[in-house]
Design a protein around this ligand. Structure first.
Ligand code: 2HG
Ligand code: ZN
Length: 469
């Protein structure tokens, strides 16, 4: 295991139940949903900010690298301990303060799950607008560290819009108490926004004050079968112009995704018609009667268009859950099908159809050893390209083909000013490709920022950028 003096000192500062050292536990905590194999010297599970301070001071003193960790649902390897680091899991810091109804905020510790926050604030008719397929396991610290997106970005924007205050601990063990609950505080650089999305490379987020909104009261969910991708984008443009409802989610998936969810997770789909694409659209209205009329009118209009070939409205909360389970089950059903490579990219909505057409024509010009699973957040210009290895293909052929695919995809993205990571972050998996989305001048500043916070490069090493010194 190594580094006995460090572990001795660590175990003398943490209660026995807050330090895990067995190989099994260390291996589990060293990885995330990417399943990149990891290796950790130990796992620390602090319950309070003061304990995080002590751990980080000790790591600085002994020059031990640290990987901050939450629900480990990341898909870019941002929480993977690759080289025997200490995993600093915030999962036991899961206290939530009272809801401030007038200030529309709530203070929570980093280890609280996204879903627990939703449930905690719901009785006050409020919600935290970030909604993710992984909400039951993903934690606030991880959501903030990766600036998570999810299924309601089209209406509410990304995580960084929904944070009022932040508490974080630096590698030197200093607590940064950033803003707490003020709605206005124009006093210079915004370190909150710098830390959000920094993937635990600058400081460890321990608490946050989250901005809340009124919980949507009247919501309708529809499932549509559509036969043409560019027309799906026109449909989105048409839907957001409507005055009878607001679009809360506008998600799409291919028929291959739907078939896999049905097969692997044993789910049913209300639409029996076969179609290349499906849309899950969620709308909010002023009151249930007018919302129903407006949604039905809209459906009638688009069903007559020739490219929306079938549609269904969720009539009950069970229906709604079932519609969403088709979209939210995609990641799991693909994972159950074999080795997969994920590309979570971003492009302006009006360039999305052209990007997908270019990708598809590239795919058809090769005999690749994988199938493409295409789905994602149409309303945000954020498609997910998942490549699933053909069952009979060798791992080497799959790797080779995926590398070819990713070079082409990233080239295409660069040409249309897109981003190589829309919402999953850079982590380990996208680090070598950051130059496709960030300029040399930006990266020089990234290095200076990293050096200012963590000159020894001990905090989440290997993610985003390396320190220069
Ligand atoms: C989603 O939109 C997540 O469901 C996961 O971002 C995407 O598995 C993926 O590629
Ligand atoms: Zn997504």
């Amino acid at each position: 295991m190594g580094n006995t003096p460090f572990l001795d000192k660590l175990s003398s500062t943490l209660a026995a139940d807050r330090l895990l050292t067995s190989l099994d536990e260390c291996t589990t905590f060293a990885t995330d949903w990417t399943k990149i194999p990891g290796r950790a010297i130990a796992v620390a599970l602090p319950r309070a900010t003061a304990e995080v301070q002590n751990i980080l001071r000790l790591c600085s003193e002994f020059e031990v690298a640290v990987v901050p960790s939450g629900g480990r649902t990341g898909l870019a390897g941002g929480a993977v301990a690759k080289k025997g680091e200490l995993v600093l899991s915030l999962s036991r810091m899961n206290h939530m303060g009272p809801v401030d109804a007038a200030g529309r905020n709530v203070r929570v510790q980093a280890g609280v799950t996204t879903q627990a926050v939703h449930e905690h604030v719901a009785p006050a008719e409020l919600t935290w607008p970030i909604d993710l397929a992984s909400k039951g396991s993903s934690t606030i610290g991880g959501n903030l560290s990766t600036n998570a997106g999810g299924v309601r970005v089209v209406h509410y924007g990304m995580t960084r819009k929904w944070v009022t205050g932040l508490q974080a601990v630096t590698m030197q063990g200093e607590v940064l108490e950033l803003n707490q609950d003020l709605q206005k505080n124009n006093t210079g650089y915004d370190l909150i926004q710098l830390l959000i999305g920094s993937e635990g490379t600058l400081a460890v987020i321990t608490e946050a004050t989250l901005r809340l909104v009124r919980r949507p009261q009247h919501v309708m969910t529809t499932l549509l079968a559509v036969n043409n991708l560019p027309r799906m984008i026109e449909l989105f443009a048409n839907a957001i112009r409507k005055t009878g409802f607001d679009i809360l989610a506008f998600e799409f998936f291919s028929s291959r995704c739907l078939e896999t969810v049905k097969q692997k997770l044993n789910r049913q789909c209300r639409l029996s018609v076969q179609s290349p694409y499906y849309l899950l659209v969620e709308m909010e209205g002023q009151d249930s009667a007018s919302l129903k009329t407006n949604v039905e009118d809209w459906l009638e209009e688009i069903l007559g268009s020739g490219f929306v070939i079938d549609g269904a409205i969720a009539e009950s909360s069970a229906d709604k859950k079932q519609f969403w389970s088709l979209r939210e089950g995609i990641t799991e059903s693909i994972a159950l099908s074999g080795p997969v490579k994920k590309y979570d990219v971003s492009v302006s909505v009006n360039k999305m159809a052209a990007l997908i057409a270019d990708v598809e024509s590239f795919l058809s010009s090769h005999n690749f050893h994988f199938d493409l699973y295409l789905f994602g957040h149409l309303g945000d210009g954020s498609p997910h390209f998942n490549l699933l290895k053909h069952s009979k293909a060798s791992a080497e052929d799959f790797e080779k083909d995926a590398t070819l695919f990713e070079s082409r995809l990233f080239e295409l993205l660069k040409n249309c000013s897109g981003s190589i990571s829309a919402e999953h972050g850079v982590g380990l998996l996208k680090k070598d490709w950051v130059t496709f989305s960030r300029s040399a001048a930006e990266l020089r500043l990234y290095h200076s920022i990293k050096d200012a916070f963590d000159p020894k490069g001990l905090l989440n090493p290997g993610k985003i950028v390396d320190p220069q010194k």
